[in-house]
Design a protein around this ligand. Sequence first.
Ligand SMILES: NC(=O)c1ccc[n+]([C@@H]2O[C@H](COP(=O)([O-])OP(=O)(O)OC[C@H]3O[C@@H](n4cnc5c(N)ncnc54)[C@H](OP(=O)(O)O)[C@@H]3O)[C@@H](O)[C@H]2O)c1
Length: 287
Amino acid sequence: MSMIAVTGATGHLGRLVVENLLERGVEPGQVVALVRRPEKAGDLAALGVQVRHADYSRPETLGPALQGVEKLLLVSSSEVGKRAEQHRNVVEAARSAGVKLLAYTSILKADTSAMRLAAEHKASEEGIRASDIPFVFLRNGWYLENYTGNLAPALEHGALVGSAEEGRVSAATRADFAAAAATVLTGTGHENRVYELGGDESFTLAELAGIIAEASGRPVEYRDLPEEAYVGVLAGLGLPEPFARVLADSDRGIARGELFTDSGDLRSLIGRSPTTPRAAVTAAVRA
Ligand SMILES: NC(=O)c1ccc[n+]([C@@H]2O[C@H](COP(=O)([O-])OP(=O)(O)OC[C@H]3O[C@@H](n4cnc5c(N)ncnc54)[C@H](OP(=O)(O)O)[C@@H]3O)[C@@H](O)[C@H]2O)c1
């Protein structure tokens, strides 16, 4: 029986991929949810999928976890700074286990982007290519949830703050990125392809402020700040400074066009238009 495994299955994206595979009719017993904390995976086990312990930082867990796996989705780790090494561990284990297809959630334009967040993705893509395992790079753009998940400060202050100038973002929902991953894991002909994934309707942060204002019926304007000043605002909101710096640096990447794509790859893979920014913001405001 050919098995499909998903890492980070207790995370937001991994969980959506597992659910999407089951919705497509993949037998639960054929799906392997790889998790670093099996105690968090009770609901996944209740779906009938196999739950296996796999910690990116503990190579001894990875070999047994990948036994019999034909296709693997490596959801990039959330531990920024440790990711290149963690992903190397997974790729090495996948090679030893004879995995036939390794899909990896990367970042838009990983090979050319100057964003700090892109460096570990670039290194990971290079490591995967060097492994000779047939691969698929799912270069995900920004999640719409990065914005819709926390609209309260913008609504409260009537201002969306950032450092992205007039740069355009091709964001999409996690559910749409998950559907693209499930297409690749269940389909054929994706070997050694690189997909630049983003929503069809890109926006500037000023346009996003307009969408939030319209959906909420409250005034919201975009206020562009120099990078250091934006770091200060984020730190003032309680974010740890290193994380504030990564976010501000990402906005500078947006200003350079590094989170924009007009490839249409997401639409092609999911076979429909991705959820629009307006629909996602409207749903978040109602919620
Ligand atoms: N495109 C974007 O806008 C965007 C935004 C944020 C992040 N990302 C990237 O996309 C990935 C998936 O996004 P998400 O929203 O699903 O993030 P998430 O909810 O934080 O999920 C990350 C997953 O990685 C797992 N993980 C972390 N360290 C691990 C380790 N040492 N061994 C095994 N698993 C480990 C976590 O396990 P636990 O469940 O045990 O914590 C979690 O399941 C993130 O990890 C990050 O690389 C992209």
